[in-house]
Design a protein around this ligand. Structure first.
Ligand SMILES: [Zn+2]
Length: 133
């Protein structure tokens, strides 16, 4: 009679509290870096955006794109998008669930790759398909 409950399989939002905090910290760092990058640029419109970020802490990502800053900060904006998606998935309780097979992704994997949306098997399959095409 070893009916240890399935508690370990329940995906409690609280178990992602650390990851969520790391994502929020990373997000703040990225916004600070973006602001600094824009301030270093001599272009006036970049200064304006940097000032808005300074006041508000962030700005809509679409606005950054439209403002023609993307070549300067593109990789950081892409990472911010991944962070926002991960945070959103935490909010709706889908964080850590593979988008392909629906299984829960190994927590260790999530700690190393907090933006991962697929389990290891599905990610490998996904990459094989992408490389083949
Ligand atoms: Zn999967």
């Amino acid at each position: 009679m070893s009916s240890v409950s399935h508690a370990g399989q329940n995906q409690d939002i609280n178990q992602f509290a650390d990851i969520k905090q790391n994502l929020l910290n990373r997000k703040r760092d990225l916004w600070n870096q973006i602001r600094e990058d824009l301030e270093k640029e001599a272009m006036e419109k970049h200064q304006e955006i940097a000032n808005i970020i300074k006041e508000n802490g962030d700005i809509a990502l679409e606005e950054l794109r439209e403002a023609d800053t993307f070549s300067l900060i593109g990789l950081k904006v892409e990472e911010l998008e991944e962070i926002d998606q991960a945070l959103n998935r935490i909010e709706i309780g889908q964080y850590g669930r593979c988008i392909d097979c629906g299984r829960w992704i190994d927590k260790k994997r999530l700690e190393i790759m907090p933006y991962a949306v697929r389990c290891r098997d599905c990610q490998e399959r996904h990459e094989e398909i992408q490389n083949a095409s």
